[in-house]
Design a protein around this ligand. Structure first.
Ligand SMILES: [Zn+2]
Length: 421
């Protein structure tokens, strides 16, 4: 059943990718700071490019088995995809990262970057990479360049792999060699200094975007907790670039949770709700906070609306409300309704405490914007099987039974632009 679903998904993806010109991720990064898998932010991966159509930064992440497959290279997109599918299949059969990545060499021009907290990481095929290792005992950083064969980060080893090339036409063409090396060194220093993989990924993507111009999302995944940036930074239409990861992404009020995305954010210098100073969040920082589970973070699920901006605004409001009043459904409903009255949240109806699902143990809150008939309370969540993992993750909504998720979210708009071609 699951397998059938996967095949349909892949078939759809093949058709989708075949309609697009051949472009690929020019930057792939995977970072493992906690090979034990205990740190919920201890392994992360991401892709970017100067090119458009970075839906093809396509990567697959297995939430159940905690691995990611990133791809790229000079080959055609269907060739690349075949290699991705084969690598996923071999990882599902417990292949090592090195042997899964080595599949790339069977496909002309393809590149595969494969890894997870427990399996280490590997890169093979068509690439220009550094492997970074940090010794547990001595804290020594080792940064080694590779351009052929299979380069690996051994299982159990703290470290990272970064691949970077410049796309023809990028005004910063020619910077890739320097930036690859400098970013690799900085990744090593951050691993040594104890930062988590999600934070390091975010900083590294910021550095690559600024200094090499291979800056369009793309996106990232948290391999331990199974979180993806989904369509935060991918292009909104076909044949466009994604969001520049070094650019300003949103403005946030840390005091009350008010937040607004660009370009609307340009009009605000202080918080319109509480007059506090507001903080500018760059896209790479937004990637970091989207992927990072902090002890204070609240995992927010939103149901009953897919209106743009509602999810991220609701998340900020719920986080601020929980920080102030705790996990209290009435207080959260009150905060949301105030935001609706203030015009921060648009296109949704007022909520009641019964529309708010609170799971304090998992630090999770569900908000149902479609009011329910009569006195019915919000429906039960579809909880995935392993409650322990959930509590570590604190992210209930993300684990709803699909083995693999795509960075690409086929939102209706994108689908329409696909169908109209
Ligand atoms: Zn405020």
């Amino acid at each position: 059943m699951k397998l059938k679903r996967f095949h349909i998904l892949i078939a759809f993806l093949v058709i989708f990718l075949m309609t697009m010109s051949s472009v690929a991720a020019t930057c792939n990064i995977i970072v493992i700071t906690d090979p034990s898998g205990n740190d919920p932010n201890g392994a992360a991966a991401g892709s970017m490019s100067f090119a458009e159509n970075m839906f093809q930064s396509t990567f697959l992440m297995s939430k159940n088995n905690h691995f990611a497959v990133l791809s790229g290279g000079t080959g055609s997109s269907d060739t690349r995809l075949e290699s991705v599918v084969e690598a996923v299949a071999s990882l599902e059969n417990n292949a090592s990262a090195a042997s899964a990545a080595s599949i790339a060499s069977q496909y002309k021009g393809a590149r595969l970057v494969v890894g997870g907290p427990s399996i280490g990481a590997a890169i093979a095929g068509d690439y220009h990479a550094y492997v970074i290792t940090v010794d547990d005992a001595s804290n020594d950083i080792k940064v080694t360049p590779y351009t052929s064969g299979v380069a690996t980060l051994q299982p159990g080893q703290k470290g990272a792999i970064i691949h970077l090339r410049n796309t023809a036409g990028n005004p910063l063409y020619g910077t890739a060699d320097t930036v690859r090396k400098e970013t690799a060194m900085n990744i090593g220093k951050m691993i040594r200094d104890g930062y988590s993989a999600t934070t390091i990924l975010s900083e590294a993507m910021g550095e690559v975007a600024r200094d090499s111009g291979e800056k369009y999302g793309g996106g990232g995944v948290n391999l331990v907790s199974g979180i993806s940036t989904s369509d935060m930074f991918t292009p909104q239409e076909m044949n466009q670039t994604g969001y520049p990861m070094d650019d300003e992404y949103s403005k946030v009020c840390d005091e009350c949770g008010w937040a607004i995305g660009y370009p609307m954010a340009e009009g605000y210098d202080v918080c319109p709700v509480c007059s506090s100073p507001i903080r500018i969040v760059h896209a790479y920082e937004a990637l970091g906070s989207a992927l990072t589970i902090s002890s204070n973070a609240v995992s927010v699920s939103v149901y009953g609306t897919d209106k743009p901006g509602v999810y991220s605004t609701t998340q900020e409001i719920v986080e601020a409300s929980v920080a102030k009043y705790g996990y209290d459904a009435s207080a959260i409903a009150g905060s949301i309704n105030r935001a609706i009255n203030n015009g921060l949240l648009m296109g949704v109806d007022h909520v009641e405490p019964k529309d708010i699902n609170v799971k304090q143990g998992s630090k999770a809150v569900g908000v149902y914007f479609t009011s329910l008939p009569g006195d019915r309370s919000s429906p039960a969540w579809e909880l995935p099987i392993d409650g322990n993992i959930l509590n570590i993750l604190g992210s209930i909504q993300t684990a709803v039974g699909i083995i693999l998720i795509l960075l690409v979210v086929f939102r209706s708009r994108l689908l329409k632009s696909f169908q109209n071609r």
